[in-house]
Design a protein around this ligand. Sequence first.
Ligand SMILES: [Zn+2]
Length: 168
Amino acid sequence: MLADWDRPVEVERLADGGESRGFDLPLAEMLRLLPALASTEGYARGHVSFARKRGRPVAELSVSARLSLRCQRCLNPVWIEVDDQSQVRFVSDPAWADENDSGIEPTLASGGKISLRDLVEEGLLLSVPLVPRHGDLRECGVFDDQTTEDEGMQRPFAGLGELLKRRS
Ligand SMILES: [Zn+2]
């Protein structure tokens, strides 16, 4: 069953068949997402359904996952809840991606085909924050270090040189 998610399928056919199904995919198998993950445990769960809009194949995707990312402040893991709903349209040529089509996000379906896992992974990648951080500075455990550093930056005699110059 899972192998099915890897196989590129024709989006035109999925749209014609009104394909609709739920999924439960291991994060560990999402190769493009892996570099961003601090832990590969967990699943992406959700639902995808295909249809036609103005004659073009589109998909509705809802995906939720609990992702362990790296906090860009302290580099420790930070858990981010993703619960995203999106609609994508398929283009078989990148040159057509710019074409404005009712504001729906374009996704490249090379040769008119896409694997369902690529589609789910794409949706996840779009909902991952560019700079993940702990919401509270104290969760980073670097609050004290930061304070000390700032105090070290103060230069109490910085004005002295200026003062002496003026006197001469
Ligand atoms: Zn942090």
